[in-house]
Design a protein around this ligand. Sequence first.
Ligand code: UDP
Length: 337
Amino acid sequence: MVDVVSGSPTVLITGGAGYIGSHAAHAFIDKGWSVVIVDDLSTGSRSRVPEAAAFIEMDCADPQLSAIIRDRAIDAAVHFAARIKVDESVADPLGYYKANVCTARAFFENAHLAGLGAIVFSSTAAVYGDAGGAAVSEESATRPESPYGRSKLAAEWILADLCAVSPMRHVILRYFNVAGADPEGRSGPAAGSQHLLKIAAEAAVGIRPAMQIHGTDYPTADGTCVRDYVHVTDLAEAHVSAVTHLLGGGGSLVANVGYGHGASVRAVIAEALRLADRPFAVTEGPRRAGDPVSVVANPARAMDVLGWRPRHDNLQAMLQSGMAWERQRMAGEVSSA
Ligand code: UDP
């Protein structure tokens, strides 16, 4: 057991040059942990790696990583490295299974061979599929509807099966709709992301003159889809909670990361218009294929067992931090990656 209060544990973060991984790296560093980032920069950006982190440009499936884990006395790993776009996964299933299943399996093997005892795995609410609108608990059925969701669930199974026959313990975090940027402006969403909060933040700062609502005839209060948007800074904190749980001797578990309530597309856009530097046009379009009506987490386990305490449960804060990041990008102050 590692004393995470008085000691300074070292955490390995794969995919730490990406959106969520870089926020997690900052969260660990802010708490005084040592961070080693492994990223092949296939989708991540070197500019997102915090200065205080050690950086190794490497595919996390590379067998050499096992010796690195041992030599650097890594206490725990967080595995973010993955591909994350649902539509892309439909078009390129082999690429997605390679990145999200084969590479994950190889990384888990590297960790296992190094004798690592604690892994946190970055998973997604997409493993549940359409839960029919009820708040989703970890016991809800897993019915992923895309190669992306299936690839993440397959990797969850590999990790759980490995931990069943080894001293390794794991926390699987299933993220709901991740949004926003670091309040200190150190990282933010990737360029080209098509998620609602990112598009709304871009419209609100004038990067795009208009945005569209994908479907207004859903059986919700205002006819648009509902999602549980979670601030990336709170999500990053959930990883610190998960690693702390494992290093404190806690058992393996799966935990949802969301706030337990949702916002509709119209509510998000109304807030973005309220905050906008100048008005932008909003058009109403048809439904987007495959969109479930409502996806909301039951986050009780993350709070009760992991001790996760979200502090940014606020649509305004998510949009404002996202807008600040877009302004930095427009001003060329941060890499456009
Ligand atoms: N959405 C929208 N307009 C946009 C982008 C997204 O109406 O420009 C809707 C989308 O159809 C879905 C919700 O916003 O109902 C959340 O979409 P997002 O892609 O952010 O997350 P998802 O839940 O699909 O992973």
